[in-house]
Design a protein around this ligand. Structure first.
Ligand SMILES: Nc1ncnc2c1ncn2[C@@H]1O[C@H](COP(=O)(O)OP(=O)(O)OP(=O)(O)O)[C@@H](O)[C@H]1O
Length: 585
């Protein structure tokens, strides 16, 4: 498929507001994509790589602005691009406002479009760009990107710019891609017609909807276990339902973690009569994969590969496990007496790429596993928690300290005692789980409840900052924080809620500046806008209603706790959570 055609169809989708029409446009696009189906299914979500793959393009706004400036000609600088961005507010519109001399016009006149970009070419250029690393890689990236922009017309440039910054924003959420895969390749024509037809007989329509929902559920299941929209779209097209049913968990390919809501023992016992109670470990989530050959890989809750940072966990699993498994758990930091250390300590180890051996001496980490998603050829996602936990104990050994201790209880006093013991031992709280529930990846449902008595903190996205004064002039000092708001199409928006400047040491200022400077989108005087990418955990005294910030709320006395390296803006706290906290104050 020509990239120009992809851009035209993406513009059509962007201009549409009705969800069902978006799904049917997407379905048409998928049907027409032929060999490019997998790529197109990722591109519409602003992705080049599947969700399970932690490879990133690693292109910051500045690099993209420079590439646009170069393609726009000798009189345009990255600063000019940023000025236009300040006016127009969106990088796609800025890219489309320059004349890069793309070849679309020629192609339209039958010159064959030899120089017209194809979807496959954009994909392969971006993949080679992502592979560039080490000295000179910034330059290689800039050249590749400039080369691509240079060949685009304004419509293509709009979507290329958004794609490289992973901000497609055409109103296509994961749900619409899932539904469109089903509509394109599974839903029977007669069912689609009955659902669309306003005059269809009610029973016929209801039956058609039911079958369509089953088709969607089949796609959803395959997506849950694979995290790969491109592959699932191809399987749906080529092998239909049977092919999708045959998509299984693959050891070495991470899946999304199941998440928890806040809740109490009373909530748990009301719902399930018996609750499965566990210690809530204050560490970092880790998914452990051990394949047939004995190779171990570890993934964070963002599905990032963190194997290299945690060698003692790898060694532990190598010794303890002798069949292929996927386990879910937490890595915790320990002192010499085996007592848990605070969460900040584990962050010093997690995702670390340098000085791993030295840090290993300073902070000891251990695995605490609480779930087993696959063991020795058996996918266990649909098995009840108690069965999965039994399997976990079989895999790691009944008495292994790495297996969470699971109490099944219907007695509130017994649960309160368990909680008191967990807190005494220095843990964060307890988890209450439905003993019969399946493991639902990516779901923050009611089957897992977290209970921690400590004052709440918020995980907020940094969307702006201010340069410091005097000796701190070279460092970003005050950070603007935002809460996540999901819009109707499933895209995330960010609404400001406060600024934090306290609780940050000089050393941390340097680190935070290094982390955030490449993400600067615009500067005006001392103030900078920052692309949502970094999440801060912040404490506060109270949340107040306030017209100062776009969320309608402000944090009183916010203080910096840590950077949540294990979180992305998509998993930061939402405005809904803020509203719930306000109600409970
Ligand atoms: N026994 C356990 N079972 C499940 N999760 C646990 C357990 N012990 C610790 N956890 C951790 O607790 C997390 C959920 O609680 P918490 O609110 O502390 O985390 P968060 O990262 O701030 O928020 P969230 O994960 O809910 O977005 C899980 O993601 C997991 O990492």
């Amino acid at each position: 498929m020509e990239f120009a055609e992809f851009a035209e169809r993406a513009a059509e989708i962007e201009a549409e507001s009705a969800d069902l029409t978006i799904v049917s446009y997407l379905a048409d696009l998928f049907r027409d994509a032929d060999d490019d189906l997998a790529t197109v299914a990722r591109f519409v979500q602003g992705r080049v790589f599947p969700a399970w793959d932690s490879t990133t393009l690693d292109i910051g706004p500045r690099l993209c602005h420079e590439a646009i400036a170069r393609a726009a000609g000798p009189n345009v600088s990255a600063d000019d691009v940023e000025d236009r961005l300040a006016e127009q507010g969106e990088i796609g519109a800025v890219a489309a406002s320059y004349d890069f001399g793309g070849q679309r016009g020629l192609a339209a006149f039958g010159a064959g479009g030899q120089d017209g970009l194809t979807v496959a070419e954009v994909d392969s250029e971006l993949r080679s760009l992502a592979a560039a690393s080490g000295v000179g890689s910034e330059d290689t990236k800039l050249k590749t990107l400039y080369g691509l922009f240079n060949r685009t017309d304004p419509d293509e440039a709009r979507f290329l710019a958004r794609l490289v910054l992973s901000e497609m924003r055409i109103g296509v959420g994961e749900g619409s891609v899932r539904d469109a895969i089903a509509e394109a390749f599974l839903v029977a024509d007669a069912d689609a017609a009955a659902i669309r037809d306003d005059d269809a007989d009610t029973d016929t329509e209801a039956a058609a909807r039911e079958r369509r929902d089953e088709n969607i559920a089949t796609v959803a299941r395959a997506l849950q276990v694979s995290n790969d929209y491109g592959m699932v779209a191809e399987v749906a097209r080529d092998d239909g339902e049977a092919g999708l049913d045959d998509v299984h968990l693959e050891v070495g390919r991470p899946i999304q973690a199941m998440l928890a809501q806040a809740g109490t023992a009373a909530d748990a016992l009301d719902e399930w009569e018996t609750a499965a109670v566990e210690t809530k470990f204050d560490g970092a989530r880790v998914q452990v994969h051990r394949d047939e050959s004995g190779e171990v890989s570890l993934f964070s809750r963002n599905m990032e590969d963190v194997t290299g940072a945690l060698p003692e966990v790898v060694e532990f699993v190598e010794d303890a496990v002798d069949c292929p498994v996927i386990l879910d758990g937490e890595v915790v930091a320990m002192d010499d007496a085996g007592d848990p250390l605070p969460f900040q300590e584990i962050l010093r180890r997690f995702r670390r790429k340098h000085d791993v051996d030295q840090m290993r001496e300073e902070v000891r980490v251990e695995l605490r596993a609480f779930d087993c998603l696959h063991a020795d050829g058996d996918d266990l996602l649909n098995a009840p928690l108690t069965t999965r936990h039994d399997r976990l104990a079989t895999v790691l050994g009944q008495d292994s300290p790495a297996v969470s201790d699971l109490l099944l209880s219907d007695d509130p006093d017994e649960i309160a005692g368990y909680e008191a013991d967990a807190l005494d031992a220095g843990h964060e709280g307890i988890m209450l789980k439905n003993p019969d529930a399946a493991y639902s990846p990516g779901d923050r449902g009611k089957n897992w409840l977290k209970r921690k008595p400590d004052v709440e903190t918020l995980d907020l996205v940094v969307t702006g900052a201010e340069w410091g004064e005097g000796r701190r002039a070279k460092f970003l000092g005050t950070f603007l924080l935002s809460a996540r708001v999901e819009d109707a199409s499933g895209d995330d928006e960010f609404e400001t809620i406060g600024k934090v400047a306290t609780g940050i040491t000089d050393e941390q200022l340097v680190e935070l500046t290094d982390l955030l400077e490449p993400e600067i989108e615009r500067e005006s005087g001392k103030e900078v806008d920052i692309r949502p990418s970094v999440v801060f955990e912040v404490g506060y005294e109270e949340i107040q209603e306030s017209p100062t910030y776009s969320s309608g709320y402000a944090l009183r006395f916010p203080r910096f706790v840590t950077v949540r390296e294990d979180k992305t803006p998509e998993t930061a706290d939402s405005l809904t959570r803020v509203e719930r906290l306000v109600e409970s104050q």
